[in-house]
Design a protein around this ligand. Structure first.
Ligand SMILES: Nc1ncnc2c1ncn2[C@@H]1O[C@H](COP(=O)(O)OP(=O)(O)OP(=O)(O)O)[C@@H](O)[C@H]1O
Ligand SMILES: [Mg+2]
Length: 261
């Protein structure tokens, strides 16, 4: 069975793309057949694994709007043992074009259905908005959402709007949608603020915050400019270790779920 997670937070710059790239890379490194889906017009997940977003023959735009088959859009990144549904700047116009399209909220879900269990994990990187593109990701996210939260002042801001959107999508579009977990990112162990934010988010979302916390680590911010995930760029860095342990935590939780299902 394929597990499909959307990585969502309408707040910008909280670590969505960094989490998608590096969780995908570690899932792939543990031998899981993994697909990354980039549904953000910024296409940072695409460039972050070394794919030139301006030189693509087809992208998620074609998949959503032209009904191009997902297999014809996939890019193989054999170096990282990963496949990618890339994004391109053309996607920024998709929102408007999708508005009158039939089944507009289900376009991504339908496309991923075609894959028929080819992957064990599919991770979807969302734009920083609660747009139709994000709704497509939430509708496709059969196994829930991962919410990165930056350890900073006002971290909780916007999360109630996000949970309301998740509720609405669950009610009308995807009855299986749940919050799989919150990922605390850019933790600075030198400040009390980081610690307080983690406590605050834990009390607001009891039992939902992953134990593994991602530290602020310059290696994580450098890796995308080399088009490499952290397990290749700086495998012994604290950022790499965090995403490795977080991947193991997610895999373990998924196994427990399967055995109790
Ligand atoms: N743990 C970290 N330590 C240091 N820098 C980080 C960390 N996580 C992310 N960054 C950096 O912070 C910036 C924002 O991260 P990222 O692009 O992953 O966020 P995002 O939520 O995807 O942003 P957007 O909303 O624009 O899509 C990037 O420059 C990234 O390299
Ligand atoms: Mg991003």
């Amino acid at each position: 069975m394929t597990k499909i997670y959307a990585i969502v937070n309408q707040k910008g710059g909280v670590g969505k793309t960094t989490s998608v790239i590096n969780l995908s890379a570690y899932l792939a490194a543990t031998g899981r057949r993994t697909l990354m889906v980039d549904i953000d017009p910024q296409a940072n997940a695409t460039s972050g694994v070394g794919v030139d977003k301006t030189a693509l023959e087809a992208s998620i735009y074609d998949l959503l709007l032209e009904q191009t088959a997902v297999a014809d859009v996939c890019v193989e990144r054999a170096e990282f043992n990963l496949d990618l549904v890339p994004s391109s700047p053309a996607l920024s116009g998709a929102e408007v074009e999708l508005v009158n399209a039939i089944g507009r909220e289900y376009r991504l879900q339908k496309a991923l259905d075609e894959l028929n269990g080819r992957y064990e994990y599919i991770l979807i990187d969302c734009p920083p908005s609660l747009s139709l593109l994000t709704v497509n990701a939430l509708t496709a996210a059969r196994d829930g959402v991962l919410i990165p939260v930056q350890c900073e002042y006002l971290a909780l801001e916007g999360l109630s709007q996000l949970t309301q959107t998740i509720e609405l999508v669950r009610k009308y579009l995807n009855p299986d949608l749940t919050i799989r977990g919150l990922i605390m990112t850019m933790y600075d162990s030198r400040t009390n603020l980081s610690r307080q934010v983690v406590e605050e988010v834990r009390s607001y979302f009891p039992g939902k915050v992953f134990r593994t916390i991602v530290p602020r680590n310059v290696r994580l911010s450098e890796a995308p400019s080399y088009g490499q995930p952290i397990n290749v760029y700086a495998p012994t860095s604290p950022g790499a270790l965090a995403y490795k342990v977080l991947t193991a935590e997610i895999l373990k939780g998924d196994q427990v779920k399967e055995t109790t299902a």
